[in-house]
Ligand binder design. Structure first.
Ligand code: FMN
Length: 183
């Protein structure tokens, strides 16, 4: 898979995984992709808890009602003490979302499957992740990404919808009405 557009369209949420373990080198590549992401004022407020231990994975799986059987998981976390500037403290969710998407795209490119599961601002999920992964109070797990070799396949797709696009200026009317207006 070489073309960047094929890669982007091929990224789908994969929730069923084989028993095959994910090599450490691949997990390192995913983390390198994550840390290549842009962040406000290059604040990089992120930390990552990488789980491959089967006992810890089982705890996470149980917390998710057995829904995901990935052979690895990465909790993408914010440590605001690492975010030096005020901008970085304000924008940490955007920074972490960029890092998370990089992991998902890199996983797709490496032939892995992955799914983003929500943490912050769902404080119940945050507390569960903090307990299982021993994450301290000042660190916020924004999501948990399940990773593994895919045991399901989904077609590539865009969800392009031109009604969500405004060219030059935002228009309150629908695109069809705008066209009539301009005719
Ligand atoms: C912020 C966020 C939270 C999500 N939380 C979950 C989740 O808790 N469980 C889950 O199975 N999928 C979760 N997803 C994945 C979405 O359900 C999925 O991206 C969406 O249905 C589109 O499908 P696709 O990823 O295959 O394109 C989440 C995605 C995002 C961006």
């Amino acid at each position: 898979m070489n073309h960047v557009m094929d890669l982007i369209f091929s990224r789908r949420s994969i929730r069923q995984f084989t028993e095959q373990e994910v090599p450490q080198e691949m997990l390192t590549l995913l983390l390198q992709a994550a840390m290549a992401a842009p962040s406000a004022a290059n604040g990089k407020p992120w930390e990552f808890v990488v789980v491959t231990d089967k006992a810890v994975l089982a705890e996470l799986r149980a917390a998710h009602h057995g829904r995901y059987n990935g052979q690895a998981a990465i909790a993408v976390c914010a440590n605001l003490a690492l975010a030096g500037s005020p901008a970085s403290q304000l924008f940490w969710q955007q920074d972490l979302a960029a890092a998370t998407e990089n992991i998902l795209l890199a996983a797709t490119g490496l032939g892995l499957g992955a799914v983003w599961t929500g943490g912050y601002p769902g404080m119940d999920r945050v507390e569960i992740l903090r307990r299982i992964l021993r994450i301290p109070e000042n660190v916020y797990p924004m999501c948990l990404i399940w990773i593994g070799y895919p045991a399901e396949s989904k077609p590539p797709r865009t969800q392009y919808d031109e009604t969500r696009v405004h060219w030059q200026h935002y228009r309150q009317t629908s695109q069809a009405e705008s066209k009539d207006e301009l005719a």
